[in-house]
Design a protein around this ligand. Structure first.
Ligand code: GLU
Length: 475
């Protein structure tokens, strides 16, 4: 069976249709990823549509946040992104076409009238729904020049079943849906109309989105049918929840992609891999490259229950990708976080330190923190933990270490280790007891990469000077 067997000969077209709210939500990023993978798997197209009809929120900044986040995550869309607001005239044109062919009608009900209608429905404990009062009335019954909206003449009988690729078959009775507004009295299109017209015009074959839009599908399908347009296939994916099962919210977890990049120091391939696994599975595989994901991705692998966000798991994947990452790339990511310009030799030192630093870092913050000792200036300011390590006999031990290290001929990790071991043995202490004060003197902290790596990276002169600085108790 070929990769396109389940979609026939038609080219697959998917889209991601974010509303610019100021940032790219990680749930949105996952939706985009699934759309991209599905399209790529089938050799189709993945499009991007910015749903910028809310003019107050859709600032350039909000739009950039989405585009930047997508690029950072390597979610490359095909062609130019489409801006929904710019298509308003086309949306209105379709509403008028539906009016002309009898699938829509003008509703002259005033706001007060609709308010009274709802109040009555409420009092009678009926569902709040437009009652179709203008559905069969003639325009001539309205006062001349009165404002009107255009409403869809939705089917009232029967039911609609969607064979959703994730949710399975879902049925809604048409009686439960009212005649939705397509065009407002000021001539602007509604969201429901805009989405359908855009999806149709963009040739979207598969609508893959969050399951908070499942109900919308039942309002959108009648528009396709009224226009005689080919209906898309649907896949509504469960939302992402907090670990405690509540809806993912800013208060409990970072929700913006750029927070994961900036504040949490996550690599894009780690976030992408994590988001893929969040709600989609392929056996027990955890580490999945983009290429592999494209090869494997099927909607049948998307789970039906909500996924729970687990930062620990993300960090563990991130640690994997940090270890797998090229040293030069990591060094430049760390350099950007240090807050000062590095000289060429410092940049080189940073790159050489990556091999020793990356095995212990779960994120770029830890990696940067781990690299901090390289650039501290003498005499080092010790933190409390490091100060504690230099109490008692430690300073005397440092003097012996200084002598031994000064005598090392070739400054490499093997020779350095041999020298430190000898000092420890002579002093009758374990290697760790010698290494800890050394670490405090060399890094100003109580944790660091392996002490012999630290010595090797700092070099003879700087190492001996930092040790000498701490040999005597400061005044
Ligand atoms: N703009 C909608 C959102 O950001 C998505 C619409 C859709 O995918 O149909 O939630």
């Amino acid at each position: 069976m070929g990769a396109t067997s389940d979609t026939g000969a038609k080219q697959v077209v998917t889209r991601f249709a974010p509303s610019p709210t100021g940032f790219l939500h990680i749930g949105g990023a996952r939706t985009a990823l699934f759309n991209l993978l599905f399209a790529r798997h089938h050799g189709g197209k993945f499009l991007l549509r910015i749903e910028d009809t809310d003019r107050a929120r859709s600032t350039d900044q909000a739009i950039s946040a989405i585009l930047d986040g997508m690029r950072w995550l390597n979610l490359d869309w095909d062609g130019e992104e489409v801006y929904q607001f710019s298509r308003a005239a086309r949306h209105a044109e379709v509403a008028r076409e539906m009016l002309a062919n009898g699938h829509a009608y003008k509703c002259f009900a005033t706001a007060e009238e609709l308010e009274a209608m709802r109040a009555e429905q409420k009092a009678n404990k009926q569902p709040l729904r437009y009652d179709g009062r203008w559905r069969d009335r003639n325009e001539s019954e309205a006062p001349a020049g009165a404002p009107y909206v255009i409403r869809l003449k939705a089917p009232r009988e029967g039911a609609v079943t969607i064979e959703d690729h994730v949710q399975g078959p879902v049925t809604v009775n048409n009686a439960e849906l009212d005649d939705l507004v397509l065009l407002r009295s000021d001539g602007t299109p509604t969201y429901m109309l805009a989405v359908v017209v855009d999806d149709h015009d963009m040739g979207v074959t598969h609508v893959i989105r969050g399951d908070d839009h499942l109900n919308n599908a039942f309002r959108q399908l009648p528009i396709y049918r009224a226009m005689g347009w080919e209906e898309p296939e649907y896949a509504h994916i469960p939302l992402i929840f907090n670990p405690d099962g509540t809806k993912m919210s800013k208060r409990k977890n970072a929700v913006a992609v750029d927070e994961y990049r900036d504040a949490l120091g996550i690599l894009p391939e780690a976030l992408s891999n994590y988001l893929l696994r969040l709600g989609w599975g392929h056996g027990d595989d955890e580490i999945i490259s983009r290429e592999q994901a494209i090869e494997w991705f099927e909607l049948s692998g998307v789970g039906r229950s909500p996924s729970r966000f687990d930062l620990k798991k993300l960090e563990s994947l991130n640690g994997h990708y940090i270890r797998a990452s090229d040293d030069a790339r990591l060094a430049s990511l760390v350099a950007a976080r240090l807050g000062f310009e590095l000289s060429e030799s410092q940049a080189d030192l940073l790159r050489r330190s990556m091999a020793a630093l990356k095995p212990r870092a779960a994120n770029l913050l830890e990696l940067s923190e781990g690299a901090g000792f390289l650039f501290r200036t003498r005499p080092l300011e010790l933190d409390e933990g490091a100060k504690a390590l230099l109490e008692g006999d430690a300073r005397a031990l440092l003097a012996q270490l200084h002598t031994a290290l000064d005598g090392v001929e070739s400054w490499d990790t093997e020779a350095l280790e041999a020298a430190v071991r000898t000092v420890a043995e002579d002093a009758g202490v374990k290697l760790g007891a010698a290494a800890q004060p050394l670490r405090a003197a060399l890094t100003g902290r109580r944790t660091s990469p392996g002490i012999f790596d630290v010595l090797a990276l700092l070099g003879r002169e700087e190492s001996l000077a930092r040790i000498a600085d701490q040999m005597t108790v400061p005044a």
